[in-house]
Design a protein around this ligand. Structure first.
Ligand code: PTJ
Length: 252
């Protein structure tokens, strides 16, 4: 469908179109459309832009990635459809691996997701031959690679489910979650949560990794409080909703 650039909801409609096309090409699972819709709701509530309070979370995520010895970015169907290039750029900048990890496992879809990553500049992609399991996880997201997610010290996840996030944390890993829903189990469980759209969050993290010097990272990480950040996001959303009647559509 042709969406005119002048449409007030152009960016949002383009992302919808991307997801819809990617489902037709067998990259996104059909339930990925529902997940996307849930994300849109929360994106609407934060004004479809990166909140000023999110800067600290992005900066801390970048600091963790700089400090990490074995970072991995986990890729599912929606992430590949929306932000394959952004994932590849971040991976290249911080020397991270990309591992395809699907909730609705299907070998053919894994290959299609890997192809999208390749087309967007990925060198090596893990997840094609998982040989390990994340302990205490009863679904296919437990499958991972011994030299990838299993060994990782820092894992970036987006559009994740809370139980894998918890299971990865139980393995002692630092989890950077990108999730528009500040109330989700993933958001509440991750070490660092970035409440933002994956398409905006990833380039901003990449940018931060170029701006932070290695001797700053420890202080940035120590000063960060994820619970406080999530409270600030919820306060922002509450304030916005409370003031809707006064400011009207300006707010939305
Ligand atoms: O490709 P697969 O098989 O691995 O399937 C992946 C999906 C996305 C279907 C699966 O992980 C899923 O069902 O996810 P959930 O449980 O619906 O969680 C998605 C979370 O991501 C929700 O909290 C949404 O608010 C959030 N979300 C949706 N779109 C975005 C997003 N967060 C950031 N950016 C988005 N574009």
């Amino acid at each position: 469908m042709m969406i005119p650039k002048t449409h007030p909801r152009y960016t949002s409609l383009m992302l919808r179109e991307k997801i819809s096309q990617a489902m037709k090409r067998g990259i996104v699972h059909e339930t990925g459309l529902i997940a996307h819709g849930r994300g849109e709701t929360f994106d609407y509530l934060i004004g479809e832009r990166t909140l000023p309070v999110t800067k600290g979370a992005e900066k801390t995520a970048a600091a963790c990635l700089i400090d990490s010895t074995h970072p991995v970015i986990s890729i599912n169907g929606n992430v590949a459809a929306l932000a394959a290039k952004e994932c590849c750029d971040l991976a290249k900048t911080v020397g991270a691996q990309l591992e395809v990890n699907l909730f609705h496992y299907d070998k053919e879809r894994v290959l299609r997701v890997a192809k999208v990553l390749k087309e967007n500049g990925a060198d090596a992609i893990r997840g094609l031959h998982p040989d390990k399991k994340i302990p205490d996880l009863d679904h296919s997201r437990a499958n991972c690679c011994s030299q990838g997610i299993y060994k990782a010290d820092v894992v970036v996840v987006a559009l994740e489910d809370g139980d894998r996030c918890q299971a990865l944390k139980n393995m002692g890993k630092t989890i950077i979650a990108i999730d528009l829903n500040p109330l989700s189990r993933t958001a509440q469980t991750a070490t660092i949560t970035i409440v933002d759209n994956v398409v905006r969050a990833l380039p901003r993290i990449t940018e931060w990794t170029k701006q932070i010097s290695p001797d700053e990272t420890q202080k940035i990480i120590q000063d960060y409080d994820n619970e406080k950040y999530l409270r600030e996001v919820l306060d922002y959303i509450t304030h916005r909703l409370r003031n809707f009647e006064k400011a009207g559509m300006e707010l939305f």
